[in-house]
Design a protein around this ligand. Sequence first.
Ligand code: AQP
Length: 330
Amino acid sequence: MQTILSGIKPSGTPHLGNYLGMLKPSLELMKRPQTRCFYFMADIHALNTIQNRELLRQYTYEAAAAWIALGLDPHQAILYRESDIPEISELNSLLAHAVPKSLMNQAHAYKAITQKNQEAGNEDLDDGVNMGLFNYPILMSADILAFDTDFVPVGKDQVQHLEITRDIARRFNVRHGECLKLPQVIVKEEVAVIPGLDGRKMSKSYENIIALFQPEKEMLKCINRIVTDTSPPEAPKDPDSSSLFAIYQGFAAKDQIEEMRAHYAKGIGWGQMKKELFEVIRSALGDAYKIYQELMSHPEELDRIFNEGAKKARAIARPIVDRARNAVGF
Ligand code: AQP
């Protein structure tokens, strides 16, 4: 039996990047034989940016509803809120002692902020960094190591944090004896990092997202806002530098992708391409939006699923965290 673990931070509405980078691969992995899947809402991580409790709850429900609407079966995978598992926070504090500060200085989420401050001429490079963000990779390690995880499917943007998790587990094991299992990362190379409306990584905090679930009209409007260049329709275009194509690839079938490459070579209008993108997304998502809406109108059902999931997850995490407690001498 192999353990797969994946999480989503409820720091905003789930978007196409989350879907292609993580939700879709996590659902495919559920179909593998002999796997046990732990899928969770990383609501403690979300506290770094969300300080409004109603909003945090709303986003947590949205993330779970999206996952279930897309096909996650809560009887098959263990679905839970990170904050419902005290064992994770306990392991987080045990791990912190094995982590040199210099390792956290290297984490890309932290470095991105310090770099932004530097570029803005701000003398305080740590401006806007709270300790939750600085320690993000330690909590992420606890999320993973608390379940003896074998595989973690993530988007390319998260690969470095996974390497840090392995590093932390290794350091802990060197200090306290073989105790924590080193996880492996699963990245879908072809998915890469999905660009947002402005061409940067699609990200809740950049406000450049295309929400996964929204009325069709709104989705089309949003797709129409994706930034393109001013080249005329008949001009040949490079698919590999096109945001529209990058997203298209995630939803289309192989033959559709090849056909679209040929259209780019011959020349395709951006307006036409946006329509094609909308169609391919609509057909890939099918009825999921309806299921999502139904789930969102029954948060009590989502709470029930979370509570069931937490019970199962805690029963598995407890002996693993006890092993770590014992290893350090508690
Ligand atoms: N643009 C993306 N392309 C591919 N994969 C992505 N993921 C996120 N954005 C993209 C993958 O989705 C999973 C869940 O992400 P998350 O919500 O936990 O955190 P994130 O990566 O930090 O997402 P955001 O939108 O950028 O959130 P904020 O702005 O709040 O930090 C991860 O596996 C991620 O790889």
